[in-house]
Design a binder for this molecule. Structure first.
Ligand code: PEP
Length: 273
């Protein structure tokens, strides 16, 4: 299984200069610190970065000749292309900036921007129409976890895919290559708290089964874990065959920790080959 490690930079860094510095660290480390014959250089673990919208074009350009992909953190719900939607950025604009993927449904967008099921169906449709891959983020809150509602919550969140396919069955073929699910318990994001690997593994198994029931093309969908992944705990997550990679927030803001996490998944994948 192809492993993925994706950095969600959120509303960071503060300046273009800081963006350049972080990218330089990352690209230099990839070019110079990774011997040519290692798994990392063979691209076993795919890397992707999701910067702020304002930095998308610069990051895409800087990463053009590298193996690292660039993603938006969100796209407009209202139009896939242009329109009178002040403050929005469309799937077409994101694709034009050079990015090839977008995150959708991150818990911070669900919480602060009231991103709903209905808007996510539209955003998924817009992304795929513009040939952008989608990293669909799902996960339960602390209360839902305590009430043992994790699987129920996840099933509801995953049903955006089913609803999209009911509305636009022609998109079915896009989903095999252009859909990644990121399971991110809300209570684990930025808190330093993590579920056990066994819990994540069982939840991922459930996600894979659920998504496989939608259509043949979503059999074998990549499922990443996100929530306080760092250099110290990455090996344990990477060792579980149900965990295909990580969506990383805080630890993606330093090249060293981001690449250490990527390396953990590379090692684990190499051992599985
Ligand atoms: C995230 O925001 O997607 C995330 C996983 O953040 P962190 O790694 O900081 O918990």
């Amino acid at each position: 299984m192809q492993a993925w490690v994706i950095g969600n930079w959120k509303q960071n860094p503060a300046t273009s200069r800081d963006v350049d510095a972080l990218l330089n660290d990352l690209v230099t480390a990839l070019e110079t610190q990774v011997p040519a014959d290692t798994a990392l250089s063979k691209n076993r673990c795919k890397l992707m970065i999701a910067p702020s919208c304002i930095h998308l074009a610069a990051v895409s350009t800087r990463l053009k000749d590298s193996s690292v992909l660039c993603a938006a953190q969100n796209i407009s719900e209202h139009s896939a292309s242009t329109g009178a939607y002040t403050g929005d950025c469309s799937a077409q604009q994101v694709a034009d900036s050079g990015a090839t993927w977008t995150l959708l449904g991150h818990s911070e967008r669900r919480q602060y921007h009231k991103e709903s099921h209905h808007s996510l169906v539209k955003k998924l449709s817009h992304a795929l129409a513009q040939n952008l891959g989608v990293v669909l983020c799902i996960g339960e809150t602390q209360t839902q976890y305590d009430d043992k509602q994790t699987l129920e919550v996840i099933d509801t969140q995953l049903s955006v895919i089913k609803d999209l396919l009911a509305q636009q069955p022609e998109l079915v073929s896009s989903l095999s290559e252009q859909l990644i699910i990121a399971y991110e318990p809300v209570w684990a994001i930025g808190t330093g708290k993590v579920p056990t690997v066994e819990e994540v593994s069982k939840t991922h198994e459930h996600i894979k089964q659920t998504v496989a029931e939608f259509t043949k093309t979503t059999e074998g969908t990549t499922v990443l874990y996100g929530g306080s992944v760092n250099m110290a705990n990455a090996d344990a997550f990477a060792a579980d065959p149900m965990i295909d990679g990580a969506l990383v927030g805080g630890a993606s803001l330093k090249a060293e920790s981001f690449l250490a996490i990527a390396n953990a998944f590379n090692q684990a994948n190499t051992e599985l080959v």
